[in-house]
Design a protein around this ligand. Sequence first.
Ligand code: CA2
Length: 143
Amino acid sequence: MKPVYVLNGPNLNRLGKREPHIYGTTTLAEIEENCRKVVGDRPIIFRQTNSEETLIGLVHEAIDEGAGIVINPAAFTFTSLALLDALKMFEGPVIELHISNIHKREQIYHKSYVSMRADAVIAGLGAYGYEAALVALLRLVRD
Ligand code: CA2
């Protein structure tokens, strides 16, 4: 069974420690634990990186080995055509995930490049968004 990939971009390793009014108090380690419970027997690769190069490398790995991708690209959402190009090479389902509702925030957070490839976008459900995204992804990879 191919793994699902859960990829996290810059600064998300600091979750739970800063700006709890926007991002909540759940840490990324706790989110990973919850994601592992959701997928059951399906293998899961859960990663966070502050580097655009590494994030793109992980998408390439998913292109070769992954069944589906949940990605919270953080700030690269709004800046990285290279990330968009890499995601376009992936043939399985891609779900873009944001903890906060980016559309409720300042205008700089409104235009997502990644949305031009994503099959679905989840934003504003807090840390639970990861679980919701994985439930949906598992359904998409089974179909
Ligand atoms: O809501 C999300 O998940 C975001 O992708 C988070 C990004 C932000 O640039 C997007 O607009 C929305 C920023 C992540 C910053 O990480 C922090 C982690 C802990 C505390 C504060 C910021």
